[in-house]
Design a protein around this ligand. Sequence first.
Ligand code: NAI
Ligand SMILES: N[C@@H](CC=O)C(=O)O
Ligand code: NA
Length: 456
Amino acid sequence: MSAPAASAPVPSDAVRPLRVALLGCGVVGTEVARVLLDHPDDLAARTGAPLELVGVAVRDVTRPRAGVPAELLTDDAESLVDRADLVVELMGGIEPARSLILRAIANGAGVVTANKALLAEQGPLLFEAADAAGVDIAFEAAVAGAIPIVRPVRESLAGDHVTRVLGIVNGTTNYVLDEMATKGLDLDDVVRQAQELGYAEADPTADVDGFDAAAKAAILASLAFHTRVSLDQVAREGIRSVTADDVEWARRTGHVVKLLAIAERTAEGVSVRVHPALVPAEHPLAAVRGAFNAVFVEAAAAGPLMFYGQGAGGRPTASAVLGDLVSVARDRLTGGKGSYESAYASLPVLPADAAVTRYQVRLRVDDHTGVLAQVAGVLADHGVSIDTVRQTVAHPPAHVAEAVHGAGPETTAEPVADLVLTTHAAREASLAATVAALAGLEPVQRITSVLRVEGV
Ligand SMILES: NC(=O)C1=CN([C@@H]2O[C@H](COP(=O)(O)OP(=O)(O)OC[C@H]3O[C@@H](n4cnc5c(N)ncnc54)[C@H](O)[C@@H]3O)[C@@H](O)[C@H]2O)C=CC1
Ligand SMILES: N[C@@H](CC=O)C(=O)O
Ligand code: NA
């Protein structure tokens, strides 16, 4: 006969509830409040003490919040923090989030935050304060929403040697690129949809221009490589320059455009970058649709690991926040503390142009003898090796010929061609110099697009 299953003791009435302060009641905060109020018994059983929501800091207490009793709302966040055992920061932004978290830590309260912008800018300050006070600061929701990725990198892989982290870590831009590719929609229209769906940041330029993904890349790189990496050390390009034409050409050449975050350990240090890239259509990242995220981690002993799930949205993100809350609350009950900051390796963070990658360059050129050889010569001069070349003859329409040559519409236009070059891996600096030199060639009419190719 098997032994009865063991379970955590259900807290008795004698156990004092842990007082939870919620700072911010927007997309994520509303969902966190809802679970705290609707499922107190499950949370108490899993924690070992009731989690009592004692207040919710908002800007406007007169505005009703669905499912949150008005008497819990306050615009005095500091007083709320001062009466809490656990503080959940879901306001976003740098101030007053930073001061309130430091205040909570100084009071000895455990902290949960989803604020990647703050962590990527001021993480060390917060971690030092939390470590000195012996309290937790947990932030699973700050990277890739619901996906457990912070804890696996920080704890499960603490005994391994991580070499690379690569993934899609911004739901908004993935949703936007997906809608552009599948429905031919315009970037601005889809960004508005992403805001309505609760994926976008309060200011969605943080998503579109890659700041949000860069903040997450900085956090992951810091954890993976035991080295402090801040937002300003991440090479960053957003998706604003990606055109419908790029998306269509990606399809024609067997790729999908994705905004990627890449953190690599090289012989010289750590390289961290965020940029749009062409991913082969058969690569698993190409199948990541909508606001989903996926992160690949490569470690010496574990080998490749893949994490996939919902990267944005109120409910999925609340799942990660509540997981952290239960864990921080357990530590609070036992008087323990989870992970301390680990930045002992202190590896150099490399400049953007040290990264090694492949490019796809599209050029509009005059279509006459010797042009291809000239183009190939420029690449060879810069030590960049060509992988593939594709040429499509593209005669301009008559009205273009007319405008260019001042001749009648019956005039035969000079033939032009579109060249699509894919390079082998080379340093960013060499590739940038190559593109500049190509632009200066006489038969090159324009550089239509330059995109990196990843996942090959
Ligand atoms: N929405 C998402 O999918 C995800 C969001 N996050 C992060 O979670 C945090 C919250 O995000 P959302 O809920 O989407 O933002 P939101 O903009 O919907 O909610 C933030 C709320 O905080 C309130 N707030 C801001 N400053 C305040 C202040 N000084 N006093 C009182 N209230 C204040 C705002 O009025 C707003 O209601 C951010 O740090 C964000 O980056 C993380 C992962 C996913
Ligand atoms: N705006 C972010 C929200 C989650 O972090 C995103 O789109 O991924
Ligand atoms: Na996460």
